[in-house]
Design a protein around this ligand. Structure first.
Ligand code: AR6
Length: 171
């Protein structure tokens, strides 16, 4: 296995060029706000059409939390969008292994596709409420621990604080 390089970018993930762009989706696969909304808006209707087809076939009950599935990237500068569903953070106790699973399963799908560059957002850190610092640690640790043929994992962080917290994990 070749070494995977982890890189960081601050910005909008829908502006990235990569083999695969990961979407922080929900189980319905039918869109939402945040990264999900932005990906469907910029990627166009082809992505939603494939998501609907997945719901009509393999994922009748939706995509379970921690799993991942690929569609076309539509008009994005990528070949695929890999949709994954992060866990909702709960103050009473949340399962970090489900968040780790999102990164691991997305990389597994990327390997199946032959993707060499994969861009990830900070899954679960928006609407799903995961504290950025812990989410950054889980993201970086999981990618480091995953055997993959992906050459570059790029974390695309929306704001300065998220970027700084991911940078700290890479140090
Ligand atoms: N590029 C990169 N990062 C972004 C972008 C963007 N264009 N937009 C937001 N972020 P979220 P979640 C950051 O809420 O927490 C959706 O409605 C954002 O600042 O997109 O996994 C889905 O349909 C945050 O740090 O995803 C689900 O219902 C991070 O991306 C639900 O939200 C993730 O925020 C999923 O919630």
């Amino acid at each position: 296995m070749t070494e995977t390089t982890i890189t960081l970018v601050q910005g909008d993930i829908t502006r990235e060029r990569a083999d695969a762009i990961v979407n922080a989706a929900n189980s319905s696969l039918l869109g939402g706000g945040g990264v999900d909304g932005a990906i469907h808006r910029r990627g166009g209707p082809a992505i939603l059409a494939e998501c609907r087809a997945l719901r009509a076939s393999h994922y009748g009950k939706g995509l379970p939390t921690g799993q991942a599935v690929a569609t076309t990237a539509g008009e994005l500068d990528a070949r695929w969008v890999i949709h994954t569903v992060g866990p909702v953070f709960q103050a009473s106790g949340s399962d970090p292994s489900l968040l780790a699973s999102c990164y691991r399963e997305s990389l597994k799908v990327a390997d199946e596709l032959g993707a060499r560059t994969v861009a990830f957002p900070a899954i679960s850190t928006g609407a799903y409420g995961w504290p950025m610092e812990e989410a950054a640690r889980i993201a970086v640790e999981t990618v480091r621990a995953t055997e993959t043929a992906v050459a570059e994992v790029r974390f695309v962080l929306f704001d300065e604080r998220a970027y700084a917290l991911f940078a700290e994990q890479l140090r």
